[in-house]
Write a protein that binds this ligand. Structure first.
Ligand code: BT5
Length: 292
């Protein structure tokens, strides 16, 4: 990465003080926002901070990750400032069996923020809406969730989420491709907002939108003891989920594969699959492939 943060004018840096000023307020969820120039993994750093007692609402974001983590030992790779890479620390006081909803809550929040920030105003004259504008849903980037929480546009991956449990804390890590160009794709199945026709060069408004959406959902869900129904989380997730109704192949963590049709999300956030033998299987973890 060049020494000057302004070397790439299409990719302006994130400003810690401005983000703090916009997000940290008395009584709010976000307690601290840090921007580091470079690190291995924001999830690893925040997990260490969690073990040392960092408070809920700590946010760590970086301009460049050189050992970004995916699920199951996979990697998240992206050039410096080509996207958002950040982690937040949560300590949800809800019954333990409901913690499985956190990755889905993070997915709903990210998808909603992306959809909102990439919509044109109803007058069609501005690229993302000002507060009070009514977005035109027809031209928003149609970001949807592949269960549990990959953010897809069509079948291409725009963002990935990794939630890790550290004692009573959860570290929620989000990687989202923003200005990434076609010649920079880490894998052919990736996409970015720029590639999808929404070239937001400044990532800060998008980060603020995701964190605000996350705060709203998290507050509602925790205040209702993690109830996915009364909080509206399960219906919201189902509305955004591209997996429901699809034929899927799921690779389970133990190596087993389940094939069938994805029908529903149960009360624990698991994917319900009807197999070709007519059996219903509830899947709590695994990799889903949308079969054509
Ligand atoms: C994920 O894992 O999608 C979770 C990614 C979470 C990344 C964030 S960045 C901030 C925080 N700190 C971290 O260290 N991690 C989190 P998974 O479902 O396992 O997907 C990983 C797979 O996605 C890889 O094996 C590649 O195939 C693909 N991939 C890697 N980089 C990508 C990118 N930039 N865009 C799209 N796909 C990518």
């Amino acid at each position: 990465m060049s020494d000057s943060p302004y070397a790439d004018l299409d990719r302006p840096p994130l400003h810690e003080a401005a983000l703090r000023g916009a997000l940290v307020r008395p009584g709010g969820l976000w307690r601290d926002v840090r921007v580091v120039r470079e690190t291995g993994s924001t999830n690893v750093d925040l997990a260490a901070a969690a073990q040392e007692g960092a408070p809920e609402g700590t946010v760590l974001t970086t301009e460049h990750q050189h050992a970004g983590r995916g699920r199951l030992g996979r990697a998240w790779t992206a050039p410096p400032r080509s996207g958002l890479m950040f982690s937040v620390l949560l300590r949800p006081a809800v019954p333990v069996e409901r913690l499985g909803w956190v990755p889905l809550l993070a997915g709903v929040s990210t998808a909603n923020a992306v959809r909102r920030m990439t919509a044109w105003s109803e007058e069609g004259d501005r690229f993302f809406p000002e507060p009070g504008d009514r977005p035109r849903a027809d031209v928003a980037v149609d970001a949807r969730l592949k269960w549990p929480n990959d953010l897809l546009v069509g079948e291409r991956k725009l963002a990935g989420i990794l939630v890790e449990r550290i004692g009573g804390a959860l570290v929620v890590g989000i990687g989202l491709n923003v200005g990434l160009r076609a010649d920079e794709l880490p894998v052919p199945t990736a996409t970015s907002l720029a590639i999808e026709g929404a070239p937001l060069s400044d990532r800060a408004p998008l980060l603020r939108a995701i964190l605000r959406e996350l705060e709203t959902w998290y507050r509602e869900w925790t205040s209702l003891d993690g109830d996915p129904e009364t909080s509206g989380l399960r219906p919201a997730y189902k509305d955004l989920c591209a997996t429901l109704g699809r034929r899927v192949r799921v690779e389970l963590p133990g190596g087993e594969t389940v094939e069938g049709t994805a029908g529903d999300i149960d009360q624990d956030g698991r994917l319900l699959i009807t197999t070709d033998q007519g059996r219903e299987r509830a899947v709590g973890a695994g990799d889903v492939v949308h079969v054509r």
